[in-house]
Design a protein around this ligand. Structure first.
Ligand SMILES: C[S@@+](CC[C@H](N)C(=O)[O-])C[C@H]1O[C@@H](n2cnc3c(N)ncnc32)[C@H](O)[C@@H]1O
Length: 198
């Protein structure tokens, strides 16, 4: 199964109440949450240009643009990208984070949002080196990842604890900032990590 097929309609609109799948990933329910996240990230980093890594249907990109911040998204899912709201689709690119270079110039971004995605990758090495390339020194990174998952979850194959991620991000030149307990803590042990690009 291709990366894009793995994150197809069955993943986003499974219709099932399974914690490792989305029942119905829709704008009406989720936009307010992403608007809240965009506002929180703005308060934290006051960014000019944000990259949303694993942007799915582009709701966070839309939320940033709606508050006047230039934002772009990348994702592997043809299904998610093709069902993004019309006014953000042109700001989203299809990219496989396991292997692809990013379609952005060096040092273009001064903020990265990376929500619920690094734990879904086969390898995070390419994207971390690309994020180092496309960000400016001092850029902020807002990461949310699962430190644990369900044994039946076949989607999240790169699940690690906080200490592991601190070492990995440090290897790619990202310094931990005092961690703010973000709005997303839940029973799945999602953690929020904030970094600054050195
Ligand atoms: C759990 S969803 C999170 C989506 C969104 N960030 C959110 O918080 O709602 C994981 C996202 O990562 C994307 N993804 C998974 N593997 C990927 C890959 N290899 N390259 C690019 N995107 C990938 C999926 O298509 C999906 O949109």
């Amino acid at each position: 199964m291709s990366q894009s097929d793995r994150f197809g309609k069955d993943f986003f609109e499974s219709g099932k109440r399974k914690p490792w799948l989305y029942k119905d990933y829709n704008y009406e329910e989720l936009y307010p949450l992403f608007r809240f996240a965009a506002t929180a990230i703005k308060t934290q980093f006051n960014p000019e240009r944000v990259l949303d890594v694993g942007c799915a249907k582009g709701f966070l990109v839309k939320a940033f643009r709606d508050i006047g911040i230039e934002a772009w998204g990348i994702d592997v899912s043809e299904y998610a990208l093709s069902t993004a709201p019309d006014d953000v689709r042109k700001f989203l690119y299809m990219v496989d984070l396991n292997s692809d270079a990013l379609p952005f110039a060096d040092s273009y971004f001064n903020c990265v949002a990376f929500l619920g995605t690094i734990e879904c990758l086969d390898s995070h090495k390419k994207i971390l080196s690309e994020l180092r390339r496309v960000t400016q020194p001092g850029a902020g990174m807002y990461i949310r990842t699962a430190y644990r998952t369900d044994p039946e979850d076949t989607i999240r194959r790169n699940v690690h604890g906080r200490g592991y991620w601190l070492k990995e991000f440090s290897r790619y030149g990202f310094k931990l900032l005092p961690t703010w307990q973000g709005p997303f803590a839940n029973q799945w042990s999602y953690g929020t990590l904030l970094f600054e690009r050195k």
